[in-house]
Ligand binder design. Structure first.
Ligand code: AMP
Ligand code: TRP
Length: 326
């Protein structure tokens, strides 16, 4: 069986961007692959986290994975900091990465514009840690949203570079990015991606938002003055709602447009709200139950760490040997 690796940062409340862009694809792929789904807490501390909240969000992220339908018996679910090899390989790969490569990363450039001089070095080297995550597990496929494409290219470049300098060591991973859900947009500025770290709460929908909040946020989402429903880059807000619709029902965007032919924006918003509430409410119930059963969650992440260590220690050993460490 081929291997999958993916992860989400427990740096806030997971959004429907995380759900449609990542988790939903994981569910689809889990039966055909040997999957490692990680909660990337080391990545989360690239920006300041409050310890109590971080602890809570790590468990909640695990609960969301399971509640969404990821089977903890079939897949390896674990917390990144429980497997020390990630940090160790990350250091080694740091020494094979050029300054220019990390400086070019869009995510870093955007974040450094916002934070200026006080940006952490961790945010700069963050894609190298992500490469370590992936390369440790002989990963074939990495299901992510399209914002991670550039980071994945770096992982591929580093793997190839290392293999060329020494000999075949790392597998070259491929991205898996779906067409309609790879970039769920900000509800208030539909030219930007939806992000859990946005200051404006109305710009994103959390997986755990309740029915009223979902309706309110969707009804307030920014559209346009064109007045008819089309799947077009001139109507980014409407396009985003159609993408969300399609991510839930699996329907083609073309068919969705046809379905709303003589209808208004209010109808589309109403239907998207209904679909979202329907999709998320069962997950929310399960998350609540799981969060009340911390012993169960602990067992899952402990077993997961053991399996992840077992699956990755050989790779790090091989890397060290090739470099010339004793
Ligand atoms: P992050 O929240 O940055 O840790 O992202 C975790 C996963 O969710 C990655 O695979 C991202 O590409 C994906 N993701 C985050 N935001 C979005 C979005 N707005 N649309 C689609 N995928 C997203
Ligand atoms: N950098 C990813 C994000 O912010 C999260 C991540 C960390 C990841 N390590 C990974 C995703 C490995 C896929 C594979 O979205």
């Amino acid at each position: 069986m081929k291997n999958i690796f993916s992860g989400i940062q427990p740096s806030g409340d997971l959004t429907i961007g995380n759900y449609f862009g990542a988790i939903k694809n994981w569910i689809k792929l889990q039966s055909e692959y040997n999957c490692f789904f990680c909660i990337v807490d080391l990545h989360a501390i690239t920006v300041r986290q409050e310890p109590k909240r971080l602890r809570e969000k790590i468990l909640e992220t695990l609960a969301i994975y399971i509640a969404s339908g990821i089977d903890p018996n079939k897949n390896t679910l674990f917390i990144q900091s429980h497997v020390p090899f990630h940090s160790e390989l990350s250091w080694i790969l740091n020494c094979f990465t050029y300054m220019g490569e990390t400086s070019r990363m869009t995510q870093y450039k955007e974040k450094s514009l916002k934070s200026g001089e006080s940006i952490s070095v961790g945010l700069f080297t963050y894609p190298i840690l992500m490469a370590a995550d992936i390369l440790l597990y002989n990963t074939d496929l990495v299901p992510v949203g399209s914002d991670q494409k550039q980071h994945l290219e770096l992982a591929r470049d580093l793997a190839e570079r290392f293999n060329n300098i020494y000999s075949d060591t790392f597998k070259i991973p491929d991205p898996y990015i779906s067409s309609t859900s790879s970039r769920i947009m900000n509800l208030q500025s539909p030219d930007k991606k939806m992000s859990k770290s946005d200051e404006n709460e109305n710009s994103y929908i959390k997986i755990l938002d309740d029915e009223n909040i979902i309706r309110k946020k969707i009804s307030r989402s920014v559209t346009d003055s064109i007045g008819s429903i089309n799947y077009s880059d001139d109507q980014l807000g409407i396009k985003n709602l159609i993408n969300i619709f399609s991510s839930i029902t699996g329907e083609d965007t073309y068919d969705i447009v046809a379905r709303f032919k003589n209808k208004g924006y209010g109808d589309l918003k109403n239907e998207v709200s209904n679909l979202l509430i329907d999709e998320l409410s069962t997950i929310q119930k399960r998350v609540k139950e799981l969060m009340d059963n911390k012993d169960y969650l602990e067992k899952i992440y402990k077993d997961g760490a053991e399996k992840a260590i077992e699956a990755s220690y050989r790779m790090l050993r091989k890397v060290k040997k090739k470099i010339g460490f004793i």
